[in-house]
Design a protein around this ligand. Structure first.
Ligand SMILES: Cc1ncc(COP(=O)(O)OP(=O)(O)O)c(N)n1
Ligand SMILES: Cc1ncsc1CCOP(=O)(O)O
Ligand SMILES: [Mg+2]
Length: 206
């Protein structure tokens, strides 16, 4: 399945939630307009079962499902790809194991150099952030709007922004060059369908 050129990128909120709840919330976010979903789970109980269920629900709606951090889980679950940060293994191995059609996203934090390297290695998209303080990841290092502007001038792959993004502050990231907004709390701390729809309006306006 293809990675979207723009839109809302929903990332699961799994802590203290039953798998059925995670699945129902993801489906609600998709109904609200989420164009891609990432399964991110830092305290998994049965990650393979949940990942497989998420693949099913996403594919029913023609939405790609990526797995965070874990290449082997992505392969076993039949996911569309993987998201890798600086501690999660190299894109070269991921590309080799997943194949040419897979989606591979790379965290670039505030580094355009890292993004250029990822792009040269065949990354599908580059993610920058965090742009605003994040309740989900309070220790995430800040990134600058200027980096997004430079990324827009330099990269040919889609640009994802992440970190504390709300419907109220997302427009400035899109104006600076982000193509997709990656969101956890802003969707799943609230009512997911209505929240996703609120982000959707930022894209409809452009
Ligand atoms: C779309 C997207 N962007 C950035 C991240 C962060 O990845 P990483 O730095 O590896 O941190 P963790 O998410 O693993 O805590 C992401 N997951 N998704
Ligand atoms: C995984 C990650 N990486 C940087 S910030 C962040 C968390 C994003 O979650 P939220 O949208 O709730 O700030
Ligand atoms: Mg990671």
């Amino acid at each position: 399945m293809k990675f979207p050129a723009r839109g809302l990128y929903a990332i699961t909120q799994t802590d203290h939630k039953a798998p059925d709840m995670v699945i129902a919330e993801v489906e609600a976010a998709i109904r609200g307009g989420a164009a891609v979903v990432q399964y991110r789970d830092k305290n998994p109980v049965d990650a393979l079962t949940l990942a497989r269920e998420l693949v099913k629900v996403c594919h029913r709606h023609q939405v790609p499902l990526l797995v965070n951090d874990d290449l082997d889980l992505a392969i076993k679950a039949g996911a569309d790809g993987v998201h890798l940060g600086k501690d999660d293994g190299h894109i070269r191995e991921a590309r080799k194991k997943l194949g040419a059609a897979a989606i591979i996203g790379i965290s670039c934090y505030d580094s355009l150099d890292r993004a250029l390297e990822a792009q040269a290695h065949g990354a599908t998209y580059a993610a920058f952030g965090r742009f605003f303080p994040s309740g989900t990841k309070p220790l995430a290092a800040p990134a600058r709007l200027e980096t997004l502007r430079q990324a827009k001038q330099t990269l040919s792959i889609p640009i994802v922004a992440i970190g504390g993004i709300l419907p109220e502050n997302g427009a400035e990231l899109l104006a600076a060059g982000a193509d997709l907004l990656a969101v956890i709390g802003g969707i799943f701390d609230r009512e997911p369908e209505a929240s996703a729809r609120a982000y959707q309006r930022l894209f409809d306006r452009r």
